[in-house]
Design a protein around this ligand. Structure first.
Ligand SMILES: Nc1ncnc2c1ncn2[C@@H]1O[C@H](COP(=O)(O)OP(=O)(O)OP(=O)(O)O)[C@@H](O)[C@H]1O
Length: 336
């Protein structure tokens, strides 16, 4: 299978009063058509910036983005307009991303009008009605306003707007985080049904580990702008090689969407991605960090097939924890 999107050495830096902020720093990955890449990490690790940069809502500082075999690393205004038809975004908070003065029908019609998808108003109205059906919004809601609807219906408007131009790739930025737990599964199911029906490719950004497990084919773990681990979802939930991922996922005992997770093994604060020197960015919080971790930036290594990790001590730690697991199993054996 070939990748619909390939990203190589992508960087997005911001000038800030405190110095250059490395929001996304040298990130490379690929996504196959029809699949979902889950992107996880704590708040501020660069997930949204990565998603926004990949689809040119923000211009990359450097790096290569190849979409359907075309190099789209740099685009002019005209190319950007074309790109918008193929690459879309669903936002976390549908309320703040929707113009409160526009009705549901108008909100869904807007992208169609901008892209002049219809010759007549009748055609346009028919298309809006079809989109409402597709996302499960009753047609009678066409004249309602966002504030009159619950969070789930508002997010259905966000999904309809993203789908209007029939994109191939959608960045879903925490699309269910602002919703009640009972509604989250409905929206996720809708998005999965649409993915299957339209062969959509998703980049699914979330800090919710139970959600990411449910939706992802592959998972990327980010820490302070860098990718620290990458593997397919099943492999990642079986074996975590990076101490950061181990701590992050240890807080998810139950694979239920929206399940509350109270236990976190992560100590200390995420530091700021400003003025970063050499060394592992996680070293200050890492229980295994040694001298080398503070001196040298770890490279991403393929430690197991299709399972990449950037950690100097990953081999050692994981051998240790495998030994520990074996020890525990032996202890539990009862021969009497
Ligand atoms: N336009 C900007 N100008 C300056 N700094 C920015 C800008 N956008 C993001 N940042 C900074 O870049 C870093 C990454 O932010 P980003 O929003 O991508 O992280 P995130 O993982 O998506 O976090 P969250 O889940 O809280 O949205 C943060 O330190 C943030 O403050």
């Amino acid at each position: 299978m070939s990748a619909i999107l390939e990203v190589v050495n992508l960087r997005k830096y911001f000038e800030t009063p405190r110095g250059l902020l490395h929001a996304v720093d040298d990130v490379s990955f690929a996504i196959e058509r029809g699949k979902t890449l889950g992107v996880v990490g704590e708040s501020g690790c660069g997930k949204s910036t990565l998603g926004r940069t990949v689809i040119h809502l923000q211009e990359p500082t450097s790096g290569t983005i190849v979409f359907e075999g075309r190099d789209i690393s740099r685009v002019d205004e005209h190319q950007l307009k074309d790109l918008r038809e193929d690459m879309q975004m669903i936002f976390q908070d549908p309320f703040s991303s929707l113009n409160p003065r526009m009705s549901v029908g108008q909100l869904i019609a807007e992208p169609l009008l901008i892209y002049r998808k219809h010759r007549t108003e009748r055609e346009l109205a028919r298309h809006v009605a079809q989109l409402m059906d597709t996302v499960g919004l009753a047609r009678r809601l066409a004249n309602s306003y966002p504030h009159e609807l619950d969070g789930g219906r508002r997010q259905r408007i966000g999904v309809a707007r993203a789908l209007a131009l029939e994109p191939k790739f959608i960045v879903c930025d925490e699309p269910v985080s602002a919703l009640d737990v009972s509604i989250q599964a409905q929206i996720i199911n809708l998005m999965q049904d649409l993915q299957e029906a339209m062969n959509l490719t998703y980049m699914f950004i979330t800090h919710d580990m139970s959600v990411v497990r449910h939706v992802s084919d592959d998972i990327m773990v980010m820490y302070l702008g860098s990718m620290v681990e990458f593997a397919d979802s099943e492999e990642m939930f079986n074996i975590r090689l990076h101490p950061y991922t181990q701590a992050l996922l240890a807080a998810v005992p139950i694979p239920v969407i929206g399940a509350k997770k109270e236990r976190s093994l992560l100590k200390g604060e995420i530091t700021s991605p400003v003025g970063l020197g050499d060394g592992c960015r996680f070293a200050k919080r890492c229980p295994y960090a040694g001298d080398q971790c503070f001196r040298e930036t770890p490279r991403l290594d393929e430690l197991r097939p299709h399972h990449f990790v950037a950690c100097h001590r990953a081999r050692e730690i994981n051998r240790l924890s495998l030994d520990k697991r074996l020890e525990l199993r032996l202890e539990r054996l009862n021969f009497s």
